[in-house]
Design a binder for this molecule. Structure first.
Ligand code: SAM
Length: 188
Protein backbone atom coordinates (compact mmCIF):
# COMPACT_ATOMS: atom_id res chain seq x y z
CA UNK A 1 0.00 0.00 0.00
CA UNK A 2 2.91 2.26 -0.94
CA UNK A 3 0.79 5.12 -2.30
CA UNK A 4 2.83 8.26 -2.80
CA UNK A 5 5.77 6.88 -0.82
CA UNK A 6 5.81 9.64 1.78
CA UNK A 7 8.04 7.53 3.98
CA UNK A 8 10.78 6.78 1.44
CA UNK A 9 12.83 9.96 2.01
CA UNK A 10 13.15 9.07 5.72
CA UNK A 11 13.96 5.48 4.88
CA UNK A 12 16.78 6.35 2.48
CA UNK A 13 18.08 9.07 4.80
CA UNK A 14 18.35 6.76 7.79
CA UNK A 15 19.60 3.68 5.94
CA UNK A 16 21.96 4.68 3.14
CA UNK A 17 22.76 1.02 2.41
CA UNK A 18 19.27 0.34 1.00
CA UNK A 19 19.81 -0.80 -2.57
CA UNK A 20 16.21 -0.90 -3.78
CA UNK A 21 12.61 -0.80 -2.63
CA UNK A 22 9.74 -2.76 -4.18
CA UNK A 23 6.66 -0.54 -3.90
CA UNK A 24 3.35 -2.40 -4.18
CA UNK A 25 0.07 -0.56 -4.71
CA UNK A 26 -3.21 -1.35 -6.41
CA UNK A 27 -3.20 2.10 -8.06
CA UNK A 28 -0.65 2.94 -10.75
CA UNK A 29 -1.86 6.54 -11.22
CA UNK A 30 -1.00 7.55 -7.68
CA UNK A 31 2.45 6.05 -7.97
CA UNK A 32 3.25 7.68 -11.34
CA UNK A 33 2.26 11.15 -10.12
CA UNK A 34 4.24 10.73 -6.91
CA UNK A 35 7.34 9.61 -8.85
CA UNK A 36 7.17 12.72 -11.04
CA UNK A 37 6.43 15.18 -8.26
CA UNK A 38 8.27 13.82 -5.23
CA UNK A 39 10.77 11.12 -6.07
CA UNK A 40 12.43 11.95 -9.43
CA UNK A 41 15.94 11.82 -7.96
CA UNK A 42 15.45 8.39 -6.37
CA UNK A 43 13.42 6.63 -9.07
CA UNK A 44 16.34 4.30 -9.87
CA UNK A 45 15.89 2.85 -6.38
CA UNK A 46 12.13 2.22 -6.57
CA UNK A 47 10.61 -0.70 -8.42
CA UNK A 48 6.82 -0.43 -8.72
CA UNK A 49 4.49 -3.43 -8.75
CA UNK A 50 0.82 -2.81 -9.50
CA UNK A 51 -0.99 -5.45 -7.49
CA UNK A 52 -3.63 -6.20 -4.92
CA UNK A 53 -1.35 -6.89 -1.97
CA UNK A 54 -3.84 -9.48 -0.69
CA UNK A 55 -3.25 -11.56 -3.83
CA UNK A 56 0.43 -10.79 -4.08
CA UNK A 57 2.96 -13.38 -5.17
CA UNK A 58 6.01 -11.59 -3.77
CA UNK A 59 8.83 -14.14 -3.59
CA UNK A 60 9.12 -15.94 -0.27
CA UNK A 61 12.07 -15.25 2.03
CA UNK A 62 13.18 -12.41 -0.25
CA UNK A 63 12.88 -9.11 1.69
CA UNK A 64 15.30 -7.62 4.20
CA UNK A 65 12.46 -5.43 5.50
CA UNK A 66 8.74 -4.78 4.99
CA UNK A 67 7.15 -1.44 5.82
CA UNK A 68 3.68 0.00 5.41
CA UNK A 69 2.21 3.32 6.45
CA UNK A 70 -1.52 4.01 6.79
CA UNK A 71 -2.68 1.20 4.51
CA UNK A 72 -4.22 -1.18 7.05
CA UNK A 73 -7.33 0.53 8.32
CA UNK A 74 -9.68 -0.52 5.52
CA UNK A 75 -8.85 -4.21 5.89
CA UNK A 76 -11.21 -6.70 7.55
CA UNK A 77 -9.94 -9.29 10.04
CA UNK A 78 -9.63 -11.90 7.27
CA UNK A 79 -7.69 -9.48 5.07
CA UNK A 80 -5.38 -8.55 7.96
CA UNK A 81 -4.73 -12.27 8.51
CA UNK A 82 -3.73 -12.64 4.82
CA UNK A 83 -1.43 -9.67 5.07
CA UNK A 84 0.21 -10.99 8.26
CA UNK A 85 0.93 -14.27 6.46
CA UNK A 86 2.38 -12.41 3.48
CA UNK A 87 4.68 -10.30 5.72
CA UNK A 88 5.92 -13.44 7.42
CA UNK A 89 6.45 -15.37 4.18
CA UNK A 90 8.11 -12.50 2.29
CA UNK A 91 10.69 -11.60 4.94
CA UNK A 92 14.06 -13.32 4.95
CA UNK A 93 14.90 -14.98 8.28
CA UNK A 94 16.36 -12.13 10.37
CA UNK A 95 14.40 -9.59 8.29
CA UNK A 96 12.52 -6.80 10.04
CA UNK A 97 9.15 -5.10 9.62
CA UNK A 98 7.34 -1.94 10.70
CA UNK A 99 3.75 -0.87 10.06
CA UNK A 100 1.81 2.12 11.36
CA UNK A 101 -1.86 3.08 11.19
CA UNK A 102 -4.16 5.88 12.35
CA UNK A 103 -6.03 4.63 15.41
CA UNK A 104 -8.78 5.33 17.90
CA UNK A 105 -7.11 6.84 21.03
CA UNK A 106 -9.49 5.17 23.52
CA UNK A 107 -9.19 6.55 27.04
CA UNK A 108 -7.51 9.84 26.00
CA UNK A 109 -9.42 12.77 27.46
CA UNK A 110 -9.14 14.72 24.17
CA UNK A 111 -10.54 11.79 22.16
CA UNK A 112 -13.94 13.46 21.51
CA UNK A 113 -12.17 16.47 19.95
CA UNK A 114 -9.89 14.21 17.90
CA UNK A 115 -12.90 12.22 16.64
CA UNK A 116 -14.70 15.46 15.77
CA UNK A 117 -11.58 16.50 13.84
CA UNK A 118 -11.53 13.20 11.89
CA UNK A 119 -15.27 12.80 11.37
CA UNK A 120 -16.27 16.41 10.67
CA UNK A 121 -13.44 18.92 10.26
CA UNK A 122 -11.10 17.03 7.94
CA UNK A 123 -13.86 16.10 5.45
CA UNK A 124 -15.09 19.73 5.42
CA UNK A 125 -11.58 21.12 4.86
CA UNK A 126 -11.11 18.62 2.06
CA UNK A 127 -14.43 19.53 0.43
CA UNK A 128 -13.63 23.26 0.50
CA UNK A 129 -9.93 23.33 -0.35
CA UNK A 130 -9.21 20.10 -2.25
CA UNK A 131 -12.03 19.92 -4.76
CA UNK A 132 -12.60 16.41 -6.03
CA UNK A 133 -10.46 14.70 -3.39
CA UNK A 134 -12.17 12.16 -1.15
CA UNK A 135 -9.22 10.88 0.85
CA UNK A 136 -10.60 12.02 4.20
CA UNK A 137 -14.33 11.53 3.66
CA UNK A 138 -14.22 8.11 5.36
CA UNK A 139 -11.14 8.36 7.56
CA UNK A 140 -13.15 8.73 10.81
CA UNK A 141 -15.30 5.69 10.02
CA UNK A 142 -12.31 3.57 8.96
CA UNK A 143 -10.34 4.54 12.07
CA UNK A 144 -13.34 3.69 14.28
CA UNK A 145 -13.67 0.27 12.66
CA UNK A 146 -9.93 -0.41 12.80
CA UNK A 147 -9.51 0.42 16.50
CA UNK A 148 -5.77 0.01 16.83
CA UNK A 149 -2.94 -2.24 15.70
CA UNK A 150 -3.36 -4.81 18.53
CA UNK A 151 -5.32 -7.33 16.43
CA UNK A 152 -2.84 -7.15 13.55
CA UNK A 153 0.09 -7.49 15.98
CA UNK A 154 -1.48 -10.71 17.33
CA UNK A 155 -1.84 -12.06 13.80
CA UNK A 156 1.84 -11.34 13.09
CA UNK A 157 2.78 -13.08 16.34
CA UNK A 158 0.70 -16.12 15.33
CA UNK A 159 2.74 -16.20 12.11
CA UNK A 160 5.84 -16.75 14.23
CA UNK A 161 7.23 -13.21 14.14
CA UNK A 162 8.75 -11.31 17.08
CA UNK A 163 6.47 -8.34 17.69
CA UNK A 164 6.59 -4.98 19.51
CA UNK A 165 3.69 -2.55 19.67
CA UNK A 166 4.07 1.24 19.96
CA UNK A 167 1.60 4.05 20.63
CA UNK A 168 2.16 7.42 18.96
CA UNK A 169 0.66 10.70 20.17
CA UNK A 170 -1.67 9.29 22.86
CA UNK A 171 -2.77 6.46 20.55
CA UNK A 172 -3.85 8.58 17.55
CA UNK A 173 -1.57 6.24 15.64
CA UNK A 174 -0.30 2.81 16.63
CA UNK A 175 2.55 0.82 15.20
CA UNK A 176 3.90 -2.69 15.16
CA UNK A 177 7.48 -3.62 14.40
CA UNK A 178 9.66 -6.65 14.84
CA UNK A 179 11.65 -9.41 13.29
CA UNK A 180 11.39 -12.81 11.63
CA UNK A 181 13.47 -15.15 13.81
CA UNK A 182 16.40 -16.90 12.16
CA UNK A 183 14.87 -20.27 13.07
CA UNK A 184 11.39 -19.43 11.68
CA UNK A 185 9.72 -22.60 10.30
CA UNK A 186 9.28 -21.21 6.77
CA UNK A 187 12.94 -20.33 6.26
CA UNK A 188 14.36 -21.41 2.86
C1 SAM B 1 -4.04 5.85 2.82
S1 SAM B 1 -3.05 5.41 1.43
C2 SAM B 1 -1.46 5.31 2.22
C3 SAM B 1 -0.39 5.61 1.24
C4 SAM B 1 1.04 5.71 1.78
N1 SAM B 1 1.48 4.46 2.37
C5 SAM B 1 1.23 6.87 2.72
O1 SAM B 1 1.53 6.66 3.90
O2 SAM B 1 1.08 8.01 2.29
C6 SAM B 1 -3.51 3.71 1.17
C7 SAM B 1 -2.92 3.13 -0.10
O3 SAM B 1 -3.22 1.74 -0.13
C8 SAM B 1 -3.52 1.35 -1.47
N2 SAM B 1 -4.30 0.12 -1.38
C9 SAM B 1 -5.52 -0.06 -0.83
N3 SAM B 1 -5.89 -1.34 -0.89
C10 SAM B 1 -4.85 -2.02 -1.48
C11 SAM B 1 -4.61 -3.36 -1.82
N4 SAM B 1 -5.52 -4.31 -1.56
N5 SAM B 1 -3.44 -3.68 -2.41
C12 SAM B 1 -2.50 -2.74 -2.67
N6 SAM B 1 -2.66 -1.43 -2.38
C13 SAM B 1 -3.83 -1.08 -1.79
C14 SAM B 1 -4.25 2.55 -2.04
O4 SAM B 1 -4.20 2.59 -3.47
C15 SAM B 1 -3.47 3.71 -1.41
O5 SAM B 1 -2.39 4.12 -2.22
Amino acid sequence: MAGTGEVWPQLFKQFDNIHSVIAVDISTGMHEKAMLRLHKHRNHKIQFVEDDILKSKLPKNSADFVISTFGLKTFSFAQQAKLAKLVSQTLKPGGVFSLIEASDPKGWWLRPFYRFHLMVLLPIIERIFLQGAKDFAMIGKYTDNFGDITQFAKLLHEEGLEVNQTKFFFGCATGVSGKKPLNHPNRP
